[in-house]
Design a protein around this ligand. Sequence first.
Ligand SMILES: Nc1nc2c(ncn2[C@@H]2O[C@H](COP(=O)(O)OP(=O)(O)OP(=O)(O)O)[C@@H](O)[C@H]2O)c(=O)[nH]1
Ligand SMILES: [Mg+2]
Length: 373
Amino acid sequence: MAATQFGRRIGAAAEEKLRRNGSMRGSLMVAASRAIAERIPLVDLIVHVTDARIPLSSQCHLLTNYPSTSIKQIIALNKMDLAGSTSLQAWMDYFRQRNCVSCGVNAHNKENIKQFLSLIQRQVRKLRGTDHANYTATVMLIGIPNVGKSALTNALHQVGRISAAEKGKLKHATVSPEPGETKDIRSFKIGSHPNIYVLDTPAVLSPEVPNVDALSKLILTGAIGDCLVERKEIAQYFLAIHNSNEQYKKWEKLSTNDNDTLFFNGTTNCLTSSGSHRKQSKQIPTDHTQDCIVQNVRRTLFETVSSFEGNIRCEVEMEALIARQFIALQEIMNVQSECEEDAHDKVAGKLLNLFRTGRLGHYIFDHLPKNIL
Ligand SMILES: Nc1nc2c(ncn2[C@@H]2O[C@H](COP(=O)(O)OP(=O)(O)OP(=O)(O)O)[C@@H](O)[C@H]2O)c(=O)[nH]1
Ligand SMILES: [Mg+2]
């Protein structure tokens, strides 16, 4: 499939660069990995934080290298809002069949965090094997960069402290869309009776460069910074996946119902084809994902793919479609630049931001291993 070729292209370019640099990890990460590895046998429970869009490619080597029975862990498939809960069920079944406790999580959803906290509390109680609550347990979050360890820590700390009616200032772990933000191991209280603390930790990456397929997915989801390959190439990879996927068909109504309507802001007004302004409070959904730019990007992607007459299975023809999409997106994103390269870079940045915040559909990029289907 053409999308796979686009992925391999960026995976190979990144691999080459990493091999020349010698390693995926800086000296800080090496030291942090050692400190985390030393604590693994000492904590009560490990939450192995992965990205639900790539449940296998985002696994942390520190944990996969352990025999599965020797560590007590919950596999948290975080960012499940970006993966879509229906497809994620098959992955949870996959982990269940391997006797792993797994759970889809959305660090931004309070109700979901409450359920996740209950799961952690149940597991801790089970592991301690006692009904009394006069003890302190430690839970360590471990994962590769940018999977949401700090966002989960903050959410658990907030929900756990509030439900325990604890007073005092809430602490905050720094959360950032850039990978490698957390530099130290820090402890946050998430429950009383028993006292449970979570350790937010710096990201861990394997010293081995992963295969090109996994590498391209890590780059696409933002686990590895955009500095290894050009943003335009990453955006092209996303478009190749998007164009090969059926999801864009859901956006057909944006093209047919509203093609005479130009949205000029994302709130309450719109400009009709006749030029008059009218209130749109009923017509623009209140969901934040439905803002004006998102609508226009979705409509443009729908129109460019559905009107394309070439064969998108062929890499060269897919490339031609993507080139058209860049031109169309540049216009609707209102990107102006003297230099084409610079304009494409800006379009790519905006497109990747929309995709990575879930506004261009739900995706799971890893395939379930065939033998369990
Ligand atoms: N949509 C969505 N975004 C999330 C979720 N969890 C975290 N994020 C976002 O993902 C990005 C990375 O989150 P962090 O919590 O900083 O990730 P981390 O694993 O601590 O990253 P490092 O400290 O760099 O290893 C941020 O932009 C978060 O807002 C989630 O469940 N859903
Ligand atoms: Mg962090």
